[in-house]
Design a binder for this molecule. Structure first.
Ligand SMILES: N[C@@H](CCC(=O)N[C@@H](CS)C(=O)NCC(=O)O)C(=O)O
Length: 231
């Protein structure tokens, strides 16, 4: 049986990580039998990140490479899509995972109200005596990454505007159909959905959680996706 190495469930989601949720969705739709194995520290994983799929032969790191692997085993998440839709799907996936995701990370790790919740949830394995300095250093390195990606260098107004344009692009698809490319979920939904769901699930009210929760179209899309692929 396949084993998905994943960060644990959090904030009402299958995992705190949208990439782990994405992979769980793909496994579920692939028809393969699989189980989850939770871990908090991915430092021994091939990319020092999760998700990772354990197959009978090897560890497959990275949600996109796991998708490729599942497709070599017969899954086809975009079977009914035209070539142009597949291209649009790829662009939506990159937008969600490489841009919107950073807004979610900043909204969680950069927020002094959310931070203690993350610290107490994700770093229980760090001995209590050194937990504060260790987690402080980890938080600092995540914030440095956000600075490197540029997202934390914008003013609040500029950042909101950048995110808004992405959400409008996603909404343009969802005005046409219940899922991004039609009546049922495809690969793009399994990336975009979990990132937006993570944005909604942040355990304090923020500008981002409000933005999703008050958007009927996006909010109902996320509910629909969760119902379409129960985990
Ligand atoms: N490109 C990777 C991204 C995975 C990723 O960023 N995972 C994060 C959690 S959301 C992680 O493991 N972070 C731990 C770290 O960077 O130390 C994928 O698609 O699987």
């Amino acid at each position: 049986m396949l084993t998905l190495l994943t960060f644990p469930a959090a904030f009402g989601q299958f995992s705190a990580s949208p990439f782990c949720v994405k992979t769980a969705y793909m496994l579920q739709l692939s028809g393969q039998s699989w189980q989850r194995s939770d871990m908090l520290n991915p430092s021994k994983m091939p990319h020092q990140k999760l998700p990772v799929l354990r197959t009978s032969q090897r560890l497959v790191a990275d949600s996109d490479l796991i998708r490729d692997w599942l497709e070599t085993q017969g899954a086809n998440f975009d079977a009914d899509l035209s070539d142009i839709q597949k291209a649009q799907s790829r662009a939506l996936i990159r937008m969600a995972e490489e841009h919107i995701y950073n807004h979610v990370v900043l909204d969680r790790w950069g927020n002094d109200e959310v931070w203690p919740i993350l610290r107490d949830m994700f770093f229980t394995e760090v001995p209590a005596l050194i937990r504060r300095p260790v987690t402080h250093a980890i938080r600092k390195s995540v914030m440095k990454r956000m600075d490197g990606a540029g997202v934390s260098r914008f003013s609040d107004t500029e950042r909101t505007d950048r995110l808004e344009r992405d959400l409008e692009a996603i909404s343009a698809f969802l005005w046409q159909s219940p899922f991004l490319f039609g009546e049922s979920p495809t690969a793009a939904d399994m990336s975009v959905g979990p990132v937006l769901a993570a944005m909604r699930a942040t355990p304090k009210e923020t500008q981002l959680t409000r933005r999703i929760k008050t958007d009927t179209l996006l909010n109902s899309y996320l509910d629909r996706l969760e119902q379409a692929i129960p985990l």
